[in-house]
Design a protein around this ligand. Structure first.
Ligand code: UDP
Ligand code: MG
Length: 347
């Protein structure tokens, strides 16, 4: 009988050579304390440094380590997705490989899960080593997103979380290309709760989220979970219509009363024209964001391409990326291993 892991730890890796060894040690320390079987899925998102070699070496030294090598860099959220696709634990835990999410917090996530919670997300009570601007923009962003969406996406929460196998099974069916995984797990429902932790400083290397990627990520989040940007256009058009009526009225009255040409001159016209054009182009941009994403979804390309794997020989190697497998329905996933650790896989 194949021993089925109770916990699948999923970590995306993009040029984390200096972190991997220590990350593995810390995961091992945290999970070995549970006395239950676990696996660590490292998804190499097209790293160009020593990471792939280190991952291979780690996998050779410990058969609980599974490695997925992407054919190129597909992005953080896609890497997390591939990990979830291949995970088979009764609980799946998402964590960054740069030690900003301390593996020592994992037992706390597990404790909540054992008490019956299906998604345990880790809330950043404090963020260390991140610039003022990143902290403040993240704070504003999560609160704004919370307001404009109907899905209850908790604030100050990254992907660091634990989800029950039944939640992971639903995620596997959600094959959208522009992914905001933390929002998608909220969307699934079931019992969800948060615990607070201190987000540490990156141990080694630099953030892979420059401004450009952060903005794209924020746009993915908003367009995936809200139509608010499209809906505000109607209010703005109403305001402008009312304003134009008022201005017309005032000009008429002034002309009749004083007989003079107010608001005259080309300068006024030009300024107004430019202002309105800017407005319109801005809203065209917003529409473009939705249209472009709709196009991406209809093309329905695979989410990722796998170049090679290590330690996953027994697992479905779904290089097509559409890894939802009809033989692994939500029911069988949830039933295969119980929360209490009873393994009935293969029975
Ligand atoms: N990552 C990835 N692909 C990317 C960018 C990042 O797999 O294109 C991984 C990275 O190796 C790390 C996690 O995603 O394990 C979070 O990235 P990062 O630490 O750069 O983001 P930050 O913590 O600064 O928001
Ligand atoms: Mg980080």
């Amino acid at each position: 009988m194949i021993e089925r892991p109770q916990y699948s730890i999923v970590a995306p890796v993009y040029n984390e050579a200096g972190n991997l060894e220590r990350f593995y040690q810390e995961v091992k320390r945290a999970l070995d304390g549970t006395d239950e079987p676990w696996e660590l899925l490292l998804v190499n998102d097209g790293s160009t440094d020593e990471s792939p070699a280190i991952m291979q070496r780690l996998a050779e030294g410990d058969n609980r380590i599974k490695v997925i090598n992407f054919a190129r860099n597909f992005g953080h959220q896609i890497a997390v997705t591939a990990g979830v696709d291949h995970a088979c634990g009764a609980a799946v835990i998402l964590i960054d490989a740069d030690l900003q999410d301390p593996p020592a917090v994992i037992p706390r996530l597990i404790a909540e899960w054992k008490s019956g919670v299906d998604v345990v997300y880790a809330v950043r009570a404090q963020r260390r080593g991140e610039g003022f601007f990143k902290r403040i923009s993240a704070k504003i962003f999560y609160r704004m997103l919370h307001r404009i969406t109907d899905v209850n996406i908790p604030v100050d929460t990254g992907d660091f979380r634990l989800m029950d196998a039944k939640v992971a099974a639903v995620l596997r069916q959600m094959r959208e290309h522009h992914r905001f995984v933390r929002g998608m797990t909220s969307w699934v429902g079931f019992r969800q709760t948060g615990i607070e932790y201190v987000r540490e400083e990156r141990v080694w290397g630099e953030t892979k989220y420059p401004w450009r990627k952060m903005i794209a990520f924020a746009l993915d989040a908003i367009t995936s979970f809200s139509f608010f940007p499209l809906q505000i256009m109607v209010y703005i058009s109403l305001i402008l219509a009312i304003l134009s009526l008022l201005v017309g009225l005032v000009i008429s009255i002034l002309r009749v009363a004083a007989g003079e040409e107010f608001f005259g001159g080309q300068a006024t016209t030009i300024v107004l024209l430019l202002l309105l054009s800017a407005f319109q182009l801005f809203f065209l941009f917003i529409i473009g964001q939705y249209v472009g994403r709709t196009y991406d979804e209809t093309r329905d390309r695979p989410l990722y391409v796998i170049a090679s794997t290590a330690g996953l020989e027994d697992r479905r190697n779904d290089s097509a990326g559409r890894s939802f497998d009809a033989n692994r329905s939500a029911e069988t996933d949830a039933a295969a291993t119980g929360r209490d650790g009873a393994l009935n896989a293969g029975a």
